[in-house]
Design a protein around this ligand. Structure first.
Ligand SMILES: [Ca+2]
Ligand SMILES: [Ca+2]
Ligand SMILES: [Ca+2]
Length: 360
């Protein structure tokens, strides 16, 4: 079984070996044109000059490397181990070359990962135009829900260049990123804690494109049916919520650090459409206000862990906020805020407003 102790003892040698190997990667390789998996060296088994991925600590205290036992597939996986953010992005691995994409196609970017000390995976894609200019990035975001350590999970990002065109123009290529989010505030991890994430078995594949207008009556439709606050532990019980004198639910920052006392915001997402949703359902906080003025708090969620949500099915998502400052807040949750799922009605994806007070 892989353990973090193994990582520590291998750190220096692997980091050095990796640097040497990667520094010798030159040239303009095109990513595996004949393979359906467009990710280079997707299981990290090629450790020489054609490793295909660049490691970058992004100014953090991150240690990065390839691990050599206990992996998901084959003999090698890549890992990131860090504690402090440095405001330059998240540390991790990025493909060396730009992978050409056809903007009329749709793709899935997936990887297997496992965590240590509650590490938070973050997969992203840097987007490039036909001239090789970086035009933007998209990511899975940070999930507030920590996965259980030492078991393998899979995360998938559905990439639809056509839908992103309005933000980034024509996308001609991407670089894939496998990173460790240090956004501890979102997940209630204590500052300065070392966490790790290990990735293996990357896939970047074109998928059969959705044709939204081929049968417009058969589409999913996502709505947020409810949003409420409750307390505590792993079940959100509205009966146990604390309220201020105006009857508004109250979060205590101190109590948020303990599972036994923390407050939980729960929202439900339902498919009220006529077709299954296949793939991850994302949501985000929108229209957040603090003390009556607009407040930047772009929290993102992955709502469903199972791959599909059929018509009539509902999924519940719990979120224990952290990293807030005292004040009176309102917010709404929007499902499929990034427009990845074609729906019968795109205009009904906002929750009701939830209001709450944060106290020290
Ligand atoms: Ca592998
Ligand atoms: Ca909808
Ligand atoms: Ca949608």
């Amino acid at each position: 079984m892989f353990s973090i102790k193994d990582v520590k003892t291998q750190v220096v040698a692997l980091a050095l070996a990796g640097t040497v190997a990667l520094s010798s990667v030159l040239g303009s390789g095109v990513a595996l044109a004949n393979s359906p998996n467009l990710a280079p060296n997707p299981s990290f088994e090629t450790v020489g000059s054609d490793f295909g991925w660049v490691m970058d600590a992004k100014g953090t205290d991150a240690l990065l490397g390839t691990a050599t036992k206990g992996q998901f597939a084959g003999d090698h996986a890549v890992w990131v181990y860090a504690s402090e953010p440095a405001n330059q992005g998240w540390p991790g691995f990025t493909t060396e070359e730009i992978i050409p994409v056809d903007s009329n196609k749709e793709y899935t970017f997936s990887a297997s990962y496992t965590t240590h000390y509650g590490g938070l995976p973050w997969m992203d894609m840097a987007l490039f135009d036909a001239g090789g200019k970086h035009v933007g990035s998209v990511s899975t975001g940070t999930s507030s829900a920590q996965e259980s350590d030492n078991t393998w999970h899979e995360q998938t990002y559905n990439f639809k260049p056509e839908l992103l065109k309005k933000y980034f123009g024509d996308i001609a290529g991407v670089k894939l990123g496998l990173k460790l989010s240090l956004n501890y505030g979102f997940a209630g991890i204590e500052e300065g804690t070392f966490t790790a994430v290990i990735y293996d078995d990357v896939k970047f594949e074109a998928v059969a494109a959705n044709e939204p207008d081929s049968d417009p009556d058969l589409e999913p439709d996502l709505v947020v049916t409810s949003i409420s606050m409750g307390c505590c532990w792993y079940g959100s019980d509205p009966e146990k919520a604390l309220f201020n004198t105006n009857g508004i639910p109250v979060f205590s920052i101190q109590k948020q650090w303990k599972a036994e006392t923390r407050s939980i915001i729960t929202f439900n997402v339902k498919n009220v459409g006529t077709a299954d949703v296949t793939g991850p359902i994302k949501a985000a906080t929108v229209k957040v206000t603090k003390d009556g003025v607009e407040y930047k708090y772009p929290k993102k969620f992955t709502v469903n862990e199972s791959p599909s949500l059929s018509p009539g099915q509902e999924v519940r998502h719990e979120w224990w906020p952290s990293g807030w400052k005292p004040g009176l807040y309102t917010l709404q949750v929007m499902v499929d805020h990034s427009g990845q799922i074609d729906e019968l009605d795109e205009g009904n994806n906002l929750s009701e407003v939830i209001e709450f007070e944060i106290v020290p």
